[in-house]
Design a protein around this ligand. Structure first.
Ligand code: 6LW
Length: 503
């Protein structure tokens, strides 16, 4: 059969996967967004359904001051003796921790903190022992650190020691250990999460090493596929299917055009088959590369890949597709299936130290159309094409100096803030319908006021891309409200939300 990559489009970086019986579970990093660590379920590795988030309570997810390169980094999910573990790093508040549950559809435990350097923690369970790995460094440079921990308390039982130093690429990270046949395989990434990204591996006869690098490294990379739209492939995790075949779920991103090396939709989840040779080493994908269209005879033709392309308030949910910045002030949101009402505070979109009234859904494709109706309001409120607090394009209603209300298209690009065009809202306009059309290279803005469409021009996607913003996240399409006086009781009411994406 044939399937398309990414298998989970949009900002879902650093995938980790495990299998429990005949069901696969996958988690991703989530940075400054709340709830944290999206959790997916699949029966066939191609179709993934989000079943919630792992971190759903402020006690598990303190996000104060977390920005788009802070908060929750790469997680690992593992299943051992009926218990699921998810281990990750809150780089802004607290470091490494894991949570666990016996009910994957239920709540997860309070965090159990683990004291070890680095990022990208990973767990490996065998013979009653729990091995904890992360990236790190010592006097000789970067390395994969490993210690044994008590899986109840998180206490380190052995000194952390360097078990592998990689193959020399920069940013050795995302270690995962597997026992397959007679070897322990240690897989990791190098090259950084940008265009030089790659997956490398090593193996040894014991979980502590020593580990010998695979002569065919890297086992997966698209770094030599110049002009190919799928780039940055790395940071993977292995899983075996019920037929004994191995697969890698890994991240990659889609640059917007062969000669325009930037992307807006974040790092996404891709799937490639893993093939073992007679020498016991493996390679992944098509000759070590990931492709946008993959052929495989390991999945039956009867499996059909589906992608959700239409999103309304009625078929999405807050805390599922809709997420918040840092720890939201819940009293400022009234979210129902036909109206999202937001109460602005004096925390602006650019704040790194507070949670603005903001609720966002991922931009999963470069081509999309979005419309939403906003009732007249006396605070600032609208839609934001939001990459980070300092890179976003907004279409909003805004109180103006003459006591009226204006419709404004704003671009914030770092310290540059530009508001144009500005249209005064006629007194009889009870509402406006805001429209944004996404294209690979631009976002086009328009609005309908009293039955008349106003073209508000286009802004380039390049300037809010990950390459320009220097962040780890992807574009969110957000509804927000902001009231600098914090003095009025007004609510901004959004209705008739429709987002349609074109894969
Ligand atoms: C993550 C690291 C990486 O922790 O990027 O692509 C970092 N790999 O492994 C942030 O996602």
């Amino acid at each position: 059969m044939q399937y398309r990559n990414p298998v989970i489009p949009g900002f879902y970086p650093d995938p980790s996967v495990c299998r429990a019986g005949d069901t696969y579970y996958l988690v991703c990093s989530s940075f400054q967004y709340y709830p944290g660590v999206p959790l997916f379920e699949s029966r066939d590795l191609i179709n993934w359904k989000q079943i919630g988030h792992v971190l759903t309570r402020p006690s598990q997810l303190p996000l104060q001051n977390a920005d788009s390169v802070g908060g929750i980094y790469a997680p690992t999910i593992r299943y051992s003796d009926g218990t699921f573990y998810m281990v990750t790093t809150n780089v802004t508040n607290g470091g490494h921790f894991f949570v666990r549950t016996n009910d994957i559809h239920g709540e997860w435990s309070e965090p159990v903190w683990v004291s070890q350097a680095g990022i990208d923690p990973s767990l490996f369970f065998e013979d009653g022992k729990a091995y904890f790995m992360s990236n790190g460094s010592d006097a000789q440079g970067s390395c994969i650190l490993q210690c044994e921990i008590d899986p109840e308390t998180g206490r380190c039982l052995t000194e952390a020691r360097a078990v592998w130093r990689g193959t020399g690429g920069r940013f050795l990270e995302s270690p995962h250990l597997y026992h397959i046949g007679e070897y322990y395989y240690l897989m990791a990434s190098e090259g950084g999460t940008e265009y030089g990204h790659m997956v490398v591996c090593a193996r040894g006869k014991s979980p502590n090493g020593p580990f010998e690098a695979c002569p065919g490294n890297p086992v997966l990379t698209n770094r030599n596929l110049g002009g190919y739209l799928l780039q940055g492939c790395g940071h993977g995790d292995l899983v075996d299917d019920k037929n004994g075949n191995w697969w890698m779920l890994h991240l990659g991103f889609r640059q917007i055009h062969p000669w325009m090396m930037f992307h807006t939709t974040g790092r996404e989840v891709c799937l490639v088959p893993v093939t073992f040779g007679a020498d016991g080493w493996f390679t992944a994908g098509e000759n070590g590369t990931a492709r946008l269209v993959m052929q495989t005879d390991r999945i039956p033709e009867s499996v059909v890949q589906k992608q959700k392309t239409r999103f309304t308030f009625a078929d999405t949910a807050p805390g599922q597709e809709w997420v918040f910045l840092q720890n939201p002030h819940t009293e400022h949101y009234r979210l129902t299936s036909d109206c999202f009402a937001l109460h602005g505070t004096d925390i602006p979109l650019s704040s790194q130290s507070g949670s603005p009234t903001w609720v966002g859904i991922r931009q999963t494709e470069t081509a999309f159309s979005l419309s939403v109706t906003l009732r007249r309001t006396v605070q600032e409120a609208g839609v934001s094409v939001y990459m980070t607090g300092s890179q976003h394009y907004d279409l909003c209603l805004h109180p103006d100096a003459s006591g009226g209300i204006s419709l404004v298209r704003r671009a914030q690009l770092g310290a540059l803030v530009h508001e144009e065009p500005v249209i005064s809202l006629p007194a009889e306009a009870e509402q406006v319908t805001l429209h944004i059309t996404g294209k690979p290279a631009e976002y086009c803005f328009s609005a309908e006021i009293c039955g008349v469409m106003h073209d508000l021009g286009a802004l380039e996607s390049k300037y809010i891309s990950t390459e320009a913003a220097g962040n780890f996240t992807g574009v969110m399409l957000a509804l927000y409200a902001y009231d600098p006086d914090g003095s009025n009781e007004a609510w901004a009411e959004f209705t008739d939300f429709l987002l349609e994406v074109q894969p």
